[in-house]
Write a protein that binds this ligand. Sequence first.
Ligand code: 3PG
Length: 212
Amino acid sequence: MTTVLERIGTMGVVPVVVLDDVAQATPLGDALVAGGLPCAEVTFRTAAGEAALEALAGRGDLLVGAGTVLTAAQVDRAVDAGAAFIVSPGLSAEVVRRAQERGVIALPGTATASEVQAAVNLGLEAVKLFPARVLGGTDLIDALSGPFPGMRFMPSGGVTLATAGDYLRHPAVLAVGGSWMVPRARIAAGDFDAIRALTEETVSALARGPQR
Ligand code: 3PG
């Protein structure tokens, strides 16, 4: 059976979605599926996030996780809404443990060796690296891979179409997270054709992706 972590690795790119209105969920999901990247990390940054996650997870044609999950209570709400994975900007043992109790993958944010070590001690095989660009990008992944050879990283934060390929060529990179193909302004404008086109461009430019 393919695990959620393997599916994320096959996608290669996890769109980080911020939705201000639950009505945007269906056209956004349609655009991601049509563009060839049927995956979304729906952030809990907005009031609409939870309902939007539920709408996207309920359709069954996308791999859907929750982002910006800060508390154990939010883990419960995200899993109840259908999240298959939980992403946080930082590492909270409480959040990771609740995700493990609920049987979903946790990808806590890490920025230092101490945080990666904490993730190892929580039994994790993969973590988010955030904010990847300002932390040093692939140079930091090189440095952290020395002491943590088994760890896989999902860099996110400032990743662009131009830089995603360098990350994805790194053997320690599971996938990259980013919002470049789902700009909040395009979503707000209802310009889902542009989002489909940006998604197609992303899938054809990068080495991994479900259609390859
Ligand atoms: C995240 O939570 O991973 C980031 O907000 C995504 O970063 P980006 O918007 O710079 O791609």
